[in-house]
Write a protein of this length. Structure first.
Ligand code: MGD
Ligand code: MGD
Ligand code: SF4
Ligand code: SF4
Ligand code: SF4
Ligand code: SF4
Ligand code: SF4
Ligand code: MO
Lengths: 787, 456, 227
């Protein structure tokens, strides 16, 4: 050894010495030991809660050290997420400590959007807002109060409704995931509710454009089912993804069927054609439970083609193959697989309904489930119910309130079915009317200036509203234009019930509870609403008799305690045991006192009832006669009134527009798995590599087929303008073989590192479905230019 | 002082006059060049400061391109260092008489260049402040450690090997008193060219010239092993040891040729660096260009023939992929140019060899590049995306500084020691003719008597 | 003899990358700014790699989550001049950040490119510092880092087990990635312990190891039905 040392010193001694010197100054390097600085572990805790980042509401556990939230893990007791958490959920720790977070309530001092604020106290803020609200009621114009609310379920939305109701305003404006699935279910089944999908017990899951593993209502529900973790026996459903692009879901699924945009319905009916032709349909079920399959005579006594005739006439596999780009063999084999592997399930991607013939398209896709009788059967489409919560309180309506509620909602649907993009119609009306129809706007969990596809309309609307209050914890675009901001607490600091979305067949009442000390500058919006009610007094206060949101949530749990059904979240064994008991009509109480029940509920993270009564006919159809209608009267009428050529299940010739020359490519916007909000500059972990493929970092991109890129002479990675007739935005071009030659796939909710928004939805042509008023997201034509 | 130094020179022998003049006279050209080189060097030092202050992020390196310019230069410079010692040792051992005027300049290159080579890996470290860990926590399995040892040894050996043959000349300068008497008194270490001292000197040189050969060989073998010991495609090759040694000598010869050509002009040494020297070294260069081709061909053929996917990705990246330009330039510089020039006597002139030398040096630098970079950017685990490498200005500055720093030092060295060994020239004039005659006689039949002595 | 290892079922992996983020959160992995990321300097101890083949609509994807393989015969440790990377007697290959001189030789020697280098010092905004995991030390400028099989969790689990004076159970020590995977594609445990699932999973006919022929004796197995 020692010779080595000597000679070593010879060669490097000089350099070594020099460097040792600079090190002595300690400027150049942190010395070894400080790599451990401050790392004496502290008091550690793990608390159950729920993730509020997206509608799925998975069960999580927070790992706390000395009161800091250092890590989020899953709650294995949660029946839907089973201890799994998605990247977004995990990155929650970076949202909690987000730099954009507001330190205290603010009041605007400069002109709107000038960014000049005055920090005010919570009471001051509430007083100011209370003032305005009282004036409205005194002036007899309660309807001039409006609430714009992003996705919000459970007690928070009930609270808002109760507040607006007792206040006297019909203007609860949801700015959440609008689609036509709910309408379709009410037309076909007479059940106005988004469908639930029993993915766990299905044999085959055939998804039409639904981003099951990415931004679906519950990615975790889909992932857990995919892994066969839901079905007790570990059997795994086969997932087939019909999609216009190689989405993450398509990549993860067992099979991917790439189709032309807007041809989901055609493919569905092509499959239906084969099912009928090869007699693979469930005749018995159809005979007993379904209307409109065979030809029939309508209300006005006219003879009408039924489902069978229409499909057999218009959807011969050759034609379908031509329009969808899926080979005849593939269509046939899909149909056979769908019929053979029972139970099979066709998932209706909400996106299907976001096309000019969206409602009819959705109808077509859903009809597959009817053909094979996968309705309210294990592994089929189901209609779950809500947790049996205690009602908040009986709403008390004084004359002012009644008068206000009597007046019409602002922003009428303007379409026979569904509310259309409700928030946008609201904005249009407000922006369009000369005198202020809305005096006070409350903005909760919404940021239309960033998220709307027509931000300019929202700008006008806001300019016409004298007083805007935002509850956003962050200074996002919209709160930037508010007069008062009362920053909400973040999910990891607050009480909130977290019911799973309709996509999950069983009611789960997850509970989100404070993990860390609430930020002193923040105010739970629920508490703010209750405070406002108190401060308004009278009937409003009577309708909301809670001294805090936590109390309200707890009060509701009494309903669960009394319901004599369901269980607190428990492990696999407890779950199975419980299900079996309830199937036999048994239920044993585990708690004698509500307090103990509540403590356990908080500790375990929620309540659920995993028993689904599939013998209940009301879960198949609630239409008069209790039958499923493939040819709903009201739909046929509406179509007639519009003099529209399109009958359900009949083909509409695709007209190629002149625009195709100027804008050769079709824009396919899609929501990124790793993004939960259109506003926040991303959590660093997610922003650094927002997608597993293509390989991208931080900034926005668009996916283009290699050949297309070549013919355009655009190399991988070049910055391009995506240009439509309506506008343009900047993004990096990523060459991606999973994109069709004629498409440009554009992830939305991204921004450039400098904050510049890159929102493909702002390029959308304004075409909409006349039946639902929903904007079409997949018909916009674009071209690419080097930026 | 200047004037009487000149006076002193005046009454010395022709050889001494010619060879000692550079020590006392400094042209303005020299000053300008020195100033420029000095500037470049300082700039590089500044660049390195930035790198140390802010991290290796200042380079163009990344994952999987973990090694770049610094390691390339490391291999290159240590390669050059084989110029002197090895060549001169071989020539000495083989008693090649024509060596006498070239060994000194060659040995000087070696000693200086080793230092510049050896600091490259340190410049490349993420935590140079911890460089001593290599001693404190030495992990003997690591080729990097073997390298530290062998380079260390090599440096010592070369320094001694440079110093010992210097003694007579140092003594001469001391006695002539033309320059810094104190310094040369110290350096000459009391050597008084007495016959016995001279005899001992010759013996020591004899031994040294044999000892340094294996050391020199080991140095570049191990450098080759640094790469070969990993499982990376086109690094993991048994030929790398010898391949590197050969390449080193090759670039060494090229370096000598270039140095000689320059010195010849700068110090008017046409008398000492004769066409014949260039001719002989040129032949050597020719031989090595062929050797180089042989090794390279063998290396690439085996890779290609084996056709292992991982290897092929790197292979094609070099031959026809993104690295085609550096690759084929390398082939031109290391093979075609020297071959065509050194083939005919008519171009084995000082100018011809100079051009060939430059070509070979560039070619050999590129060879190092083609070994380090293409393999790095093509990870063995093929799902990993292909890397890319664009050296940053910091790296390039430091590389420039290394070159300029070396040249600068070499220039200063010529101000302190005669660039041609005076005493060996003298010795040549006085004795070698006789010695050679005897030796040649010794080769011939029935003529060995005078040497063999009357033992029958 | 305990030999910690991992089995990843590629037939279950949907490439959701939860494992990646869980690892970053557990092990205090810093992000790098955009320009740096573009240069290939992002750090991700667990990296979900996507292999794409075929053109629309026949494009296929195979996801491969890639941690450190914790080779039993690790090419990376042999070459380290200062023994800053080592294999312990339970087969976990570790890094000594405070000793590493940053020569990146190990990184070159790793056939799986599983090692990451801190080209600059990590930058933690104040907000990010708030959620750092106290069990895991931070790496500084100029050193190599990589997946540690969440070694710190093992130490904690051991202490816990000792405190409760009982044997270490399989579920006591699960790395962050295995714990979070929504499809339970990742199984972790002692390969030599017949009671641990990994010990039989690794015998599954679908089981393969990456670059097995290199003889690195990787302790991360992949289950992939050869379709
Ligand atoms: N990650 C994440 N998930 C969320 C949310 C979130 O904030 N973050 N929010 C929830 C909310 S509010 C919403 S609105 C939903 C949004 O989720 P979705 O409404 O499902 O919208 P996208 O996620 O954009 O998925 C659209 C999919 O439709 C496919 N598609 C492309 N072209 C067509 C076509 O022509 N027809 C049809 N039918 N489909 C096509 C695309 O490939 C894409 O995968 O996500 C919910 N889940
Ligand atoms: N660019 C883009 N535009 C879109 C979409 C998109 O994905 N990208 N999606 C479309 C769809 S489907 C929908 S549903 C709408 C949704 O659009 P929005 O309803 O605006 O939803 P987000 O954009 O997520 O904005 C929610 C806002 O709530 C605030 N927020 C975050 N956390 C909290 C909290 O804890 N409490 C409170 N009170 N507020 C909080 C944040 O400031 C955030 O800006 O946008 C539509 N437009
Ligand atoms: S799926 Fe939604 S709710 Fe579940 S963890 Fe991810 S973000 Fe949270
Ligand atoms: S978390 Fe599981 S499913 Fe998601 S990428 Fe990692 S291994 Fe695959
Ligand atoms: S995978 Fe790479 S880093 Fe990990 S042990 Fe093996 S060689 Fe070392
Ligand atoms: S980079 Fe650090 S760990 Fe890797 S070989 Fe060099 S010293 Fe060892
Ligand atoms: S084992 Fe731990 S360190 Fe390794 S990848 Fe998984 S989480 Fe990261
Ligand atoms: Mo939405």
């Amino acid at each position: 050894m020692s010779p080595t040392r000597r000679e070593f010193v010879w060669t490097t001694g000089a350099a070594g010495a020099a460097l040792a010197l600079s090190r002595a100054h300690g400027i150049l390097w942190t010395t070894a030991d400080d790599e451990q600085v401050g790392w004496e572990p502290g008091i550690e805790e793990r608390l159950s809660s729920a993730c509020l980042v997206c509608p799925a509401r998975c069960g999580i556990r927070g790992r706390l050290v000395d009161g800091r939230l250092v890590e989020i893990t899953g709650n294995p007791l949660h029946p839907m997420s089973r201890g799994g958490v998605c990247p977004r959920g995990l990155a929650g720790v970076q949202v909690l400590y987000h730099p954009q977070r507001l330190a205290s309530p603010l009041q605007r001092v400069g002109p709107r959007g000038s960014g000049d604020w005055r920090e005010i106290s919570r009471d001051e803020a509430l007083a100011i807002v209370g003032e305005r609200l009282r004036d409205l009621r005194v002036g007899g114009r309660p309807e001039a109060l409006a609430l714009l609310s992003g996705y919000c379920a459970g007690t928070m939305s009930d609270l808002w409704r109760q507040f607006l109701g007792s206040f006297g305003s019909p203007n609860y404006v949801p700015d959440e995931h609008d689609d036509a699935t709910e309408v379709i279910m009410s037309l076909v089944h007479g059940i106005p509710r988004r469908p639930s999908y029993d993915l766990e017990r299905a044999e085959l899951v055939l998804s039409f454009g639904a981003p099951l593993f990415e931004s679906w209502w519950s990615p975790l529900q889909a992932l857990v089912a995919y892994a066969g973790r839901g079905s007790g026996d570990g059997a795994r459903p086969r997932f087939i993804q019909v999609d216009t692009r190689l989405s993450r879901t398509a990549a993860g699924a067992h099979e991917w069927v790439g189709v032309r945009p807007g041809t989901y319905a055609a493919l569905a009916l092509g499959i239906a054609y084969v099912l009928i032709r090869d007699e693979l349909i469930d005749d018995e079920f159809i005979a007993q439970r379904v209307e409109g399959f065979e030809d029939f005579t309508d209300a006005r006594g006219r003879r009408r083609d039924g489902y069978r005739s229409l499909v057999m006439r218009d959807y011969r596999t050759e034609e379908v193959s031509a329009s969808t780009g899926v080979s005849v063999e593939r269509i046939t084999s899909l149909a056979r697989a769908f019929a053979r592997s029972q139970p099979a399930l066709a998932v209706l991607g909400s996106e299907v309904t976001r096309s000019p013939e969206g409602l009819l398209a959705g109808l077509a896709v859903h009809s597959l489930n009817v053909l094979v009788g996968s309705v309210s059967r294990p592994g089929g489409v189901m209609f779950g119910d809500d947790p049996p919560l205690e009602p908040l309180a009986r709403p008390v309506l004084d004359p002012t309130a009644r008068a206000g509620l009597g007046r019409e909602q602002i922003g009428d649907p303007g379409a026979p079915f569904g509310g259309g993009d409700r928030a946008l119609r609201f904005a249009e009306t407000v922006a369009g009317s000369s005198n202020p129809v809305v005096e006070v706007l409350l903005v909760y969990y919404a940021n239309p200036l960033a998220s709307s596809d027509r931000p300019e309309i929202w700008q006008d609307a806001l300019d016409r509203i004298p007083f805007v209050v935002s509850f956003s914890p962050f200074l996002d675009e919209t709160s930037g234009h508010a007069d008062v901001i009362i920053p909400d607490l973040l999910p990891y600091e607050r009480w909130q019930d977290a019911p799973t979305p309709p996509s999950y067949p069983y009611p789960v009442w997850g509970l989100c509870r404070p993990l860390v000390e609430p930020h002193e500058g923040g105010t739970h919006t629920g508490d703010a609403v209750l405070a406002l009610a108190r401060n308004l007094g009278g009937s409003v206060a009577e309708s909301l008799p809670f001294d805090g949101f936590e109390a309200a949530v707890k009060a509701r749990a009494r309903g669960l305690f009394a319901a004599r059904r369901g269980m607190l979240l428990g492990d696999e064994f407890e779950r199975r045991h419980h299900r079996q008991m309830e199937q036999r009509g048994w239920w044993l109480p585990e708690h004698s006192h509500f307090e103990r029940f509540w403590e356990d509920l908080v500790e375990r993270g929620g309540w659920t009832d995993l028993f689904y009564d599939d013998t209940d006919p009301a879960r198949v159809s609630r239409r008069p006669g209790g039958r499923i209608h493939l040819m709903p009267e009201e739909l046929l009428q509406a179509l007639e009134e519009q003099g529209s050529a399109g009958a359900p299940y009949s083909r509409v010739a695709r007209t190629s527009s002149a625009a195709e020359l100027e804008f050769p490519l079709l824009l396919i916007p899609y929501r990124l798995f790793t993004l939960a909000s259109g506003t926040l500059t991303l959590e660093p972990w997610l922003a650094e590599q927002p997608a597993v493929f293509p390989e991208v970092f931080w900034g926005p991109w668009v996916e283009v087929n290699p050949e297309t890129a070549e013919t355009l002479g655009l190399a991988d990675h070049t910055m391009v303008w995506v240009v439509s007739a309506r506008g343009r935005y900047r993004a990096r071009l990523k060459v991606f073989p999973g994109t069709a030659r004629e498409n440009v796939c554009a992830p939305y909710r991204l921004r450039h590192p400098d904050g510049e928004v890159a929102n493909p939805r702002r390029l959308l042509d304004n075409s909409r479905d006349r039946l639902t008023g929903l904007a079409s997201w997949y018909t916009t034509r674009v071209r690419l230019e080097r930026a | 002082m200047r004037r009487d130094a000149a006076a002193r020179l005046a009454n010395m022998s022709a050889d001494e006059r010619a060879l000692l003049r550079p020590l006392v006279e400094t042209s303005s050209g020299f000053r300008v060049t020195a100033a420029v080189l000095g500037g470049v060097t300082l700039w590089g030092v500044f660049a390195y400061y930035l790198q140390v202050r802010y991290g290796l992020g200042r380079t163009g390196l990344n994952r999987p391109e973990y090694w770049g310019i610094y390691i390339i230069c490391f291999v290159f410079f240590i390669g050059i260092s084989h110029a002197g010692t090895l060549i001169s040792a071989i020539l000495r051992v083989s008693k090649a008489e024509w060596r006498r005027s070239i060994t000194r300049s060659a040995e000087l290159i070696t000693v200086l260049v080793i230092g510049f080579g050896a600091i490259q890996p340190i410049i490349d470290l993420g935590r140079p402040d911890r460089v001593m860990n290599v001693v404190l926590h030495a992990q003997l399995m690591s080729p990097l450690l073997w390298d530290v040892v062998s380079i260390g040894l090599y440096f010592i050996a070369c320094t001694v090997y440079l110093y010992v043959p210097l003694l007579p000349d140092l003594a001469l300068i001391r006695d002539s008193g033309i320059k810094a008497p104190g310094l040369y008194k110290f350096l000459a270490a009391g050597y008084r060219d007495t016959p016995s001292q001279r005899a001992r000197l010759e013996r020591v040189i004899g031994i040294l010239s044999i000892v340094v050969i294996p050391i020199a060989v080991s140095v570049h073998t191990i450098i080759g092993w640094i790469f070969a010991m990993t499982l990376r495609p086109m690094w993991h090759s048994t030929i790398f040891g010898p391949y590197f040694v050969m390449g080193a000598i090759y670039s060494g010869i090229a370096a000598i040729l270039v140095a000689m050509a320059v010195l010849r002009k700068a110090y008017k040494l046409q008398e000492y660096f004769k066409p014949v020297h260039f001719d002989y070294l040129g032949r050597l260069l020719l031989v090595f260009s062929l050797l180089w081709f042989y090794f390279t061909f063998a290396e690439y053929l085996t890779a290609f023939y084996g056709g292992e996917p991982a290897e092929m990705r790197t292979f094609w990246a070099k031959v026809s992929g993104p690295f085609a330009i550096p690759f084929w330039s390398m082939v031109a510089g290391c093979f075609f140019i020297p071959l065509t020039l050194m083939w005919r006597r008519s171009t084995r002139t000082p100018r011809g060899t100079f051009v060939a030398g430059i070509a070979v040096m560039i070619g050999m630098w590129l060879e190092r590049f083609n070994i380090v970079v293409p393999t790095s950017v093509n990870p063995r685990w093929e799902v990993e995306s292909i890397g890319h490498y664009m050296p940053s200005w910091v790296e390039l500055s430091i590389m420039a500084a290394t070159f300029s720093g070396f040249i600068l030092l070499y220039m200063f060295a010529t101000k302190f020691v005669p660039i041609v060994s005076i005493w060996e020239i003298k010795e040549g004039r006085e004795e070698s003719v006789r010695l050679v005659a005897d030796r040649v006689a010794g080769y011939l039949p029935h003529a060995a008597t005078s040497l063999a002595g009357g033992d029958h | 003899m305990t030999r910690w290892g991992m089995v990843i079922d590629l037939d279950l992996c949907t490439g959701c990358a939860a494992c990646e983020i869980a690892c970053k959160s557990e092990n205090n992995i810093a992000t790098v700014p955009p320009d740096q990321a573009e240069m290939g300097r992002a750090i991700s101890w667990m990296k979900v790699q996507a292999e794409l083949e075929g053109d629309f609509p026949h494009t296929n994807v195979r996801f491969t989550p890639r941690p450190c393989m914790h080779c039993d015969n690790p090419p990376c440790i042999k070459v380290c001049p200062v023994e800053a990377t080592y294999i312990n007697d339970e087969g976990i290959v570790g890094q000594i950040y405070a000793r590493c001189i940053g020569c990146r030789y190990c990184a070159n020697a790793c056939p799986y490119t599983a090692k990451y280098f801190n080209w600059y010092g990590p930058e933690w905004s104040d907000s990010e510092r708030r959620h750092l995991n106290p069990d895991v030390s931070l790496r500084r400028k100029g050193v190599i880092e990589k997946c540690t099989f969440c070694h710190h969790r093992l130490q904690n689990a051991r202490e816990k087990a000792r405190a409760e004076s009982r044997e270490l159970r399989e579920e006591d020590f699960q790395p962050a990635c295995a714990e979070i995977c929504p499809t339970s594609a990742i199984t972790f445990g002692d390969l030599d312990n017949p009671n641990h699932r990994v010990s039989e999973l690794k015998e599954d006919p679908r089981a393969v190891r990456l670059l097995e022929d290199l003889g690195t004796k990787s302790k991360v197995y992949y289950l992939a039905s050869r379709e």
